[in-house]
Design a protein around this ligand. Sequence first.
Ligand code: 3PG
Length: 216
Amino acid sequence: MNEIINALEKLRILPVIALDDSKDAIPVMQALIDGGLPCAEITFRTDAAEDSIRIIGREFPNVVLGAGTVMTIEQVEKALEAGASFIVTPGLNEPVVDYCISRDVTVFPGCMDTYAIEKAIARGLEIVKFFPAEPMGGMKMINALAGPYNKLKFMPTGGINPSNLSEYMKSDKIFSVGGSWMVKKALINERRFDEISSLAHEAVEIRDKAGDHDGK
Ligand code: 3PG
């Protein structure tokens, strides 16, 4: 297992951040660190993604930093050049996944069915993003998929929040949970950074209460 995977697996919660303006990158990241989550997936849903990754990487070299919503090879290149150390994709985009593998870059492709999962496994991947998690059946679906794919770990994302986080945290099938609930657009735009810290802290408490992978 590589260092990035180890670090993300320990943290088990991955804030998904869409920044409209890279000037918010430092205070948002600082708030997450203060709340106990020194990791982030910066999504390429906004044009500020590349700059935000560069700024966070420079300011917080110890943060486990990746790029999300990556849909083209060009975005992978931009993300890596800016300092991202892992790539997350919404769907199993074969050229993007193959490019990451060829460059030895950690990639978590979004898979929501057996078809995509088998393509991921065929490429030697052991962890996939499960997206969109809640609309697709949440833990119930993950448990069903984990029957045949019993070596696979999942990173569910989509619709997760403090009310359903615990269920995911209790499962040994879960590598990490991704979500934007701690860093909602309104919180960022209204510069409610203390609230971002509190939400991160709350998530960490839910994680710790749910116990580690052994369900202790
Ligand atoms: C993602 O980009 O991974 C998801 O859209 C995040 O989902 P959420 O906003 O429901 O947490």
